[in-house]
Design a protein around this ligand. Structure first.
Ligand code: AMP
Ligand code: ZN
Length: 463
């Protein structure tokens, strides 16, 4: 039974989707005004682990991640760069997709862009105006926080009477500072503007997530996630806008990940303490090592970035790689001893129990390493049977469907086109056509695959 910590109730709750086995899942995505940093990626990684684990449990996931391609920051950036907004954001959208691919973050089902859903947002603002939850002032439209009784249910931040009727135009504002926030901003010199049913202008930041999540997932869906800094005001405002419009809860389970820290402070563009994934890869760490580092701590805990921590992650990953090599190169025997199979069964159970407990991945990885130690011993003492090896391959594949860091390419995961090339190369070698074999080796290399010849045949390595 999967239990998740719901920020809304501040408890771990059994996860029961509205329409099993389907799960509707919305994650707040990147604001594409610059390269994303690894702090952002920590949150996207948590969302990836949650997504993968839901699939592990047999759920059918429909996940959305929005791309904020219009807000205060993107507009400011495009004006400073002197290029149109869509041209300015395009490069960072592409970089975002490259980054998540590099880290083996699974693509979600839909990546809706704010600029492609302006009509949907205007429609929602219109409903809020008609219902009396929104008002106009100097060409912009604001949400009237005082009208929404339950404001603050998620974050616990309730408006004080002195804060009511105070307005804020900025998309982002300080903790504790409850204000009537802008749903729609009237046209301003140099800013993009759309003509809509609520007049000309452009949306505020918060309205996009309400409009797009409800459009694709329905008025109430299962899971909504983001980093802990999204909780207030962004998620609080999403709830206010959506529930005021529909009379229904927006999402049933709200999950928030802890910060990635740099020298004890939140990693954030505004503090100038960020690293991009590209920068860390350039300094010699592989995306797999970085992924391992990011997933190794529980998602709600803060995680401190340091080269030492990356080195530790690299060492743990090397032990897993070593185990896979040991498993595959071992000579099987039929001693009748089932200790490796038994350890595999234990590990699978313990991994699932740990992950069922609000994605306790540190405990899950602990179970994996306990297994690796026991299995290495069993293998070295000659107790691995052919069926035992298959069982362990199955276990690794299943756990890796969640953690996504173990390199299992030699098994069934090798794509067909690569497999075909490898076979062609073997045939060329068998006929003594070394030129053809070398040419295919180069072709594979261009696809990021290296063939290492060993005494038992060859090994496929991803570079
Ligand atoms: P943004 O592009 O600023 O809207 O952020 C995208 C996502 O990254 C949001 O879910 C944020 O909560 C998250 N995020 C930003 N900084 C950090 C950090 N230092 N650690 C973890 N998550 C972060
Ligand atoms: Zn959002």
């Amino acid at each position: 039974m999967l239990r998740l910590f719901n920020t809304l109730t501040r408890r771990k709750e059994e996860f029961v989707p509205l329409n099993p086995p389907n799960v509707g899942f919305y994650s707040c995505g990147p604001t594409v005004y610059n390269f994303i940093h690894i702090g952002n990626l920590r949150t996207f990684m948590f969302e990836d682990i949650l997504r993968r684990y839901l699939k592990f449990k047999g759920y059918k996931v429909k996940q959305l991640m929005n791309i904020t391609d219009i807000d205060d920051k993107t507009i400011k950036g495009s004006i400073e760069a002197g290029v149109p907004l869509n041209e300015y954001t395009k490069q960072y959208i592409e970089a975002f997709f490259e980054d998540i691919k590099m880290l083996s973050i699974e693509p979600v089902e839909i990546y809706p862009r704010a600029t492609e859903h302006i009509e949907d947002m205007a429609k929602l603002v219109k409903i809020l105006l008609d219902k009396g939850y929104a008002y106009e002032s100097e060409g912009s439209i604001y949400f009237d926080v005082a009208k929404f009784e339950n404001y603050g249910a998620l974050s616990g931040i309730k408006p004080e009477s002195s804060q009511l009727q105070a307005r804020i135009d900025h998309d982002e504002y300080e903790k504790q500072d409850v204000r009537d926030f802008a749903l729609w901003k009237g046209p301003r010199e140099g800013e993009p503007s759309w003509d809509t049913e609520v007049g000309p202008g452009r949306p505020g930041w918060h309205i996009e997530c309400s409009a797009m999540s409800m459009k694709y997932l329905g008025e109430t869906f299962d899971i909504h996630t983001g980093g802990v800094d999204n909780m207030f005001p962004h998620h609080e405002n999403e709830i206010a806008q959506s529930t005021a419009a529909t009379g229904k809860p927006l999402a049933r389970y709200w999950l928030h990940s802890g910060y990635l820290l740099m020298d004890k402070a939140k990693m954030a563009k505004s503090l100038g303490n960020t690293f991009t994934l590209r920068e860390i890869v350039k300094s010699g760490y592989s995306p797999r090592q970085i992924r391992y580092f990011m997933i190794s701590a529980h998602y709600r805990k803060q995680l401190s970035f340091s080269l030492d921590a990356l080195d530790q992650a690299a060492a743990s990953l090397a032990r897993l790689d070593e185990f896979v090599r040991n498993l595959r190169s071992a000579t099987c025997s039929d001693s009748g001893d089932t200790r490796v199979e038994d350890a595999a069964a234990n590990c699978e159970r313990e991994f699932e129990e740990a992950m069922d407990d609000d994605l306790n991945i540190s405990k899950g990885l602990g179970a994996l390493f306990t297994f690796v130690r026991a299995a290495n011993e069993g293998i070295n003492e000659g107790h691995l049977s052919e069926s035992g090896r298959k069982r362990v391959e199955g276990l690794l594949k299943r756990i890796n469907s969640v953690i996504g860091v173990i390199e299992l390419a030699e098994g069934d995961d090798t794509p067909d086109d690569i497999r075909e090339l490898v076979e062609k190369r073997m045939q060329a070698r068998e006929r003594g056509d070394w030129a053809a074999a070398d040419q295919i080796r180069d072709e594979l290399k261009a696809k990021g695959i290296v063939i290492e010849d060993t005494k038992d045949g060859f090994r496929i390595k991803h570079i």
